[in-house]
Design a protein around this ligand. Structure first.
Ligand code: NAD
Length: 368
């Protein structure tokens, strides 16, 4: 396929090659209608440049929707570094990456994603200010899993309201897949509310930690094998680990009334959103539920304000209720309703401003 055909939905794709450090990276800017592009940088030993390009194009488009849904003034972008995070990282590589980000002159802001950590970007920060999500001592907003977990809690409240007519978290059972940075905080919050939880994780330490927490907080924790989590008789399935876990095989097993969690790209394919609806399971679109971390890093570029982050994260409840209402009124599935909502926001804004340039940067973009 012609390269321009492949990138036809995107505004700009930058191939970054630095011979001295061996950096090979791709930065994709999908859409800057809402503001400069924002999206993390993934590091992975991709099998080919084509595979890396495909990933960065898909992820950057996803960021356009995620930013529109979260109502932050950023567009969609993403970066990928081709390399093995266990072997190929060094400070100079991230400084070289920072120079390429800087060359975009404020059109792209980035930070951690799979395979990269906040400390990698402390090196990039020496070359560009267009970095978000580093530790607080370097001027960043710190651990993004805190607002992400809070967003999941508000997503669960909205989902409970839509299914059972009450946003109460207590009195319901939740099947949580993954007790990492986000899942463990969600589990703890649910226990505090007096809910019963089923949990699974491939990491035994994470299981041991939540059992200890439950002894302090009260509440019931039942541990199940990783493959058994889909068939648990619970009210809500809360995926907080892997993508692609809603697929033909797992939908058959689900006994829950709703799915709402933090994992990215939960549906293996868009048609699985429809399949959930046909089975009477309400699906909370992942990119709305898990936007708390994005809200926090986007806020770094204003004068940082924790109260504003909290307010915008709580608004995930309202966004989801809008989606659920559209779903009921129009008979469409929740993913379609969420995408429509984002496309409407982009369309109404594009009438005023369709292409972000450095000169047009808002006054609040104080870093660049
Ligand atoms: P994490 O790596 O801290 O936690 C993931 C957990 O899932 C780990 O404890 C891991 O052992 C477990 N796990 C892996 N494979 C599993 C399996 N087969 N069955 C059960 N458990 C398994 O990641 P995180 O930051 O907590 O993020 C969780 C999900 O939420 C990811 O999909 C991530 O992309 C998404 N997300 C996270 C954030 C954030 O702010 N951290 C923001 C948006 C989306």
């Amino acid at each position: 396929m012609d390269l321009f055909e492949k990138i036809q939905e995107h505004q700009q794709v930058l191939f970054c090659n630095d011979q001295s450090t061996g950096l090979k990276a791709i930065i994709a800017i999908h859409n800057t209608t809402l503001g400069p592009a924002l999206g993390g940088c993934r590091m992975q030993p991709y099998e080919s440049v084509d595979a890396a390009l495909e990933d960065v194009l898909r992820l950057s488009k996803g960021m356009t929707y995620k930013c529109a849904a979260a109502d932050v003034d950023f567009g969609g972008g993403k970066a990928v570094i081709i390399g093995d995070p266990k072997k190929d990282k060094n400070p100079e590589l991230f400084r070289a990456f920072g120079q390429f980000v800087e060359s975009l002159n404020g059109r792209f802001y980035t930070g951690t994603d799979m395979g990269t950590t906040p400390s990698d970007f402390v090196h990039a920060l020496k070359e560009t200010n267009c970095i978000v999500g580093v530790e607080e001592e370097y001027g960043g907003s710190g651990d993004s899993s805190v607002p992400t977990a809070l967003g999941v809690i508000y997503g669960l409240k909205a989902t409970n309201q839509a299914v059972w007519g009450s946003q109460e978290l207590s009195g319901r059972t939740y099947a949580i897949q993954g007790l990492g940075k986000v899942g463990s905080k969600v589990a703890e919050h649910l226990l505090q509310e007096g809910a019963d939880i089923y949990v699974t994780d491939v990491n035994q330490t994470a299981i041991d930690d939540i059992i200890t927490t439950s002894k302090e907080l009260g509440g019931s924790v039942k541990v199940v094998n990783d493959s058994d989590i889909y068939g648990v008789e619970a009210d809500v399935f809360v995926p907080c680990a892997l993508g692609g876990i809603i697929n033909d095989a797992t939908i058959d097993q689900l006994k829950v009334r709703a799915v709402a969690g933090s994992a990215n790209n939960q549906l293996l394919d868009l048609r699985h959103g429809k399949a959930l609806q046909e089975k009477g399971i309400l699906y909370a679109p992942d990119y709305i539920v898990n936007a708390g971390g994005l809200i926090q890093v986007a806020d770094e570029l204003y004068e940082p304000n924790k109260a504003r982050v909290l307010r915008k994260t709580k608004a995930i409840y309202v966004s989801l209720m809008d989606v659920y209402q559209q779903t009921m009124e129009r008979g469409i599935c929740t993913v379609e309703a969420a995408n429509n909502l984002c496309e409407q926001r982009l369309e109404s804004r594009s009438k005023r401003n369709s292409f972000f340039t450095h000169e047009k940067r808002p006054k609040w973009a104080v870093r660049c």
